[in-house]
Design a protein around this ligand. Structure first.
Ligand SMILES: [Zn+2]
Length: 319
């Protein structure tokens, strides 16, 4: 009933849940933490929590060459294409490998964020969550690293700026790792404000000194919990966001800062992800006509990942 009502209210519509089956085919080998089961766990938990049926499930298109080229130079895209193996795996860095399923997954992951931007801009959806892999925020304009090939969020941001002619967008990144790729791509771009928290010192061992004045980087010491995270959001992110007045909010939604995730050493819990999502919804309501596009980055403990995504998506879909 609630689903029917929301989809029939003027200006309503359901939160879009954008994914693609190719995202399950990318596999970096047995035991690799960035595994296809992550997406399965997320979907299962959204169903168990009875949230999945209140979402608009959408199949991601493949990103176009032109859409990728706004962020990644053609020589880099050609390099990634040339690395794609027809059998076996090809390693692009010690942690990051391509199998035959990787390139289609990467193209659809970036395409999902493009689709999310289009749906939110056209008011087909109030906001969107992209359940995608490979993740993107470590990918620099011409460098694959840290499980990332194409910078999905950056491709979406560039689409919003170029295709939809937005003048100010914000990128929020609460992954346990610093989003070095997004920072490198948008450094000193006055149309983009990036605010982030991340464990430091920690992979990728940068971020403490921001690359540009449009970057608000808040490093958190190992062992920091929701208290330190919420202070960073409340006293640093929110004032900058309100001052910037973004027309759209992008979230690099990594959940590896959860206390049960062994990848990092921060102590966030589901309630923190729920709280920060609510804060961002309020900023979006005030400045961005509610427009939020969120895309999965990290999160490797399957149970806490699925519970945290569910907390995040529940707030997005409750409006
Ligand atoms: Zn991460």
């Amino acid at each position: 009933m609630l689903t029917w009502l929301k989809s029939h209210l003027p200006g309503g519509g359901l939160t879009a849940f954008i994914s693609h089956s190719t995202c399950l085919q990318h596999n970096m080998g047995v035991g690799h933490p960035e595994c296809p089961e992550r997406l399965v766990a997320i979907r299962d938990q959204l169903k168990a929590a009875q949230i999945f049926d209140s979402l608009n499930e959408v199949e991601a298109p493949q990103v176009s060459e032109q859409q990728l080229a706004r962020v990644h130079p053609p020589h880099y895209v050609e390099y990634i294409e040339s690395c794609a193996p027809s059998v076996g795996t090809f390693r692009v860095d010690p942690d990051t490998a391509m199998n035959p399923g990787t390139l289609p997954a990467a193209l659809h992951a970036a395409g999902a964020v493009i689709k999310a931007v289009d749906m939110v801009m056209s008011r087909e959806a109030p906001n969107a969550f992209c359940a995608i892999r490979p993740p993107g925020h470590h990918a620099e304009s011409a460098k694959a690293m840290g499980f990332c090939f194409f910078n999905n969020i950056a491709v979406g941001v560039a689409h919003a700026l170029s295709q939809h002619r937005l003048e100010r967008v914000a990128v929020i990144d609460f992954d346990v790792h610093h989003g070095n790729g997004t920072e490198e791509i948008f450094r000193d771009d006055p149309r983009v404000l990036m605010v982030s928290t991340f464990q430091h010192p920690f992979y990728p061992y940068c971020g403490e000194v921001p690359l540009g004045s449009n970057m608000l980087n808040v490093p958190l010491k190992a062992g920091s919990t929701g208290r330190e995270f919420r202070e960073a959001v409340e006293y640093q992110w929110l004032p900058r966001l309100h001052e910037f007045k973004p027309q759209m909010i992008f979230i690099s939604a990594g959940f590896d800062a959860h206390r049960e995730d062994d990848m990092g050493s921060l102590g966030l819990v589901e309630a923190d992800y729920e709280w920060v999502t609510r804060q961002l919804m309020m900023v979006a309501a005030e400045h961005s006509e509610g427009r939020i596009v969120s895309a999965l980055e990290g999160g490797y403990d399957l149970s806490s990942l699925a519970r945290s995504v569910t907390a995040h998506v529940k707030v997005l879909s409750d409006g």
